[in-house]
Design a protein around this ligand. Structure first.
Ligand code: MN3
Length: 216
């Protein structure tokens, strides 16, 4: 979705709604993707409707240039553009089957965290500790040349910290409340077993190879 532009459309799930059961129920998947994510898409389109000068600007550019947008667009794009980017990243980053990091990503994880298990523990702890609504992330700090675990609040994206996302963990209550109620740690622990590490490895490889256009 990052290269898409107005009018934005909800990207389809690439697995059936039932595919991550029992970690994520079909009901949660259906509401989260079909209602919550759809609402971010609709709200972003509504905000941009009266600003044709931004109708050819891709999502990634919109959220990387928040400060240069007209005042009236800054908050709606922060909330809904961020919501679109983050949810697109999250849903595409999940896998029905177990996967492991590979190649350059696995080597970087071992270099920066000591082991895959240590990194997962750090990502879990950070995600669980987000106060209120937000996100846990594994990101690449291209400037320092290291991976980092960070969090963002609301629908802020790692781009605001000049970091490139590799893995996203949605810890808004809408991501888990129907299945886990207040037990966010149980949700995070379970959903981390469904991260698509092969997809994440591809994202990382493109970043270090310079094979993708980077927004800053
Ligand atoms: Mn969500």
């Amino acid at each position: 979705m990052k290269n898409a532009h107005y009018p934005f459309e909800l990207p389809p799930l690439y697995f059936p709604e039932t595919a991550l059961e029992p970690t994520i129920s079909a009901q949660t998947m259906g509401f989260h993707h079909g209602k919550h994510f759809q609402k971010y898409v609709d709200s972003l389109n509504a905000a941009l409707e009266g600003h044709p000068e931004y109708h050819d600007t891709c999502l990634e550019q919109l959220i990387c240039q928040l400060d240069s947008l007209p005042q009236a667009l800054q908050t709606p794009v922060r909330h809904n553009g961020g919501g679109c980017f983050n949810h697109d990243f999250y849903f595409r980053g999940l896998s029905p089957r177990p996967t492991e990091p590979q190649g350059a990503l696995l080597e970087e994880i071992q270099k920066d965290f000591g082991s895959f298990e240590t990194m997962q523990k750090e990502l879990m702890a950070a995600s669980v500790a987000v106060f209120g609504s937000g996100w846990g992330w594994l990101c690449y700090d291209k400037h320092r040349g290291t991976l980092r675990v960070v969090t963002t609040k609301n629908q802020d994206t790692p781009y605001e910290q000049k970091l490139y996302p590799i893995v996203a963990v949605d810890v808004w209550e809408h991501a888990y409340y129907l299945d886990y109620q207040n037990r966010r740690p149980d949700y995070v622990q379970a959903v981390l077993r469904h991260i698509d590490w092969e997809h994440a490895s591809g994202i990382f490889r493109n970043l270090v190879d310079g094979g993708v256009d980077t927004p800053f």
